[in-house]
Design a protein around this ligand. Structure first.
Ligand code: DQA
Length: 164
């Protein structure tokens, strides 16, 4: 009898408030694709890299915090588009700070090029990096970044912080 194949590492995609309205909400800024389209794209990018994607959307910060707690020790990496919580979600910041694996911050739009209040991210200090301004392509890029960080961290002979 052959040994069971190990389960593929999980990437958790976390979507914050109002992102379930993508497709209807401000299409000039966020595009016309729906959240389910972005999740499918991220999922395909994960599968290509030997990872499996899980997704959770919530409007309430408490639910996102709980998802991060449940990810600790179980999930390999987190991709997070925190929506407006990006700019003031300190509880989500604190939860992500307890997660040991790679964290990739993601935005469809480029908050740096928008209203001044969007220019501050409280997620950025606890993320390995940020993908912003590339619309739906960002979902693929964010999963690729998470996979690169995981590979770099599991490389023999050290623990480089950046993928090559
Ligand atoms: C967003 C940018 C945030 O400022 C905004 O509140 C969102 C979406 C983005 O994906 O561009 O809800 O995170």
């Amino acid at each position: 009898m052959s040994a069971a194949r190990p389960a593929p590492p999980v990437v958790l995609l976390v979507s914050g408030p109002n992102l379930q309205l993508l497709g209807e909400r401000d299409p000039a800024v966020y595009g016309t694709a729906r959240l389910a389209d972005h999740v499918a794209r991220a999922s395909a990018a994960a599968t290509e890299r030997g990872l499996v994607l899980e997704h959770l959307q919530a409007d309430a910060e408490a639910d996102l915090v709980a998802a991060v707690h449940q990810a600790r020790g179980r999930v390999a990496a987190i991709v997070v588009n925190a929506g407006a919580l990006t700019h003031y979600g300190w509880a989500l910041h604190d939860a992500l700070a307890t997660f040991a694996g790679p964290v990739v911050e993601l935005h469809l739009s480029n908050p740096e090029a928008r209203e001044p209040w969007r220019r501050r991210s409280v997620i950025a200090p606890v993320a390995d990096g940020t993908i912003a301004g590339f619309g739906g392509l960002g979902y693929e890029l964010a999963v690729a970044a998470a996979a690169g960080l995981l590979a770099a961290r599991s490389a023999p002979g050290g623990r480089p912080t950046l993928p090559s």
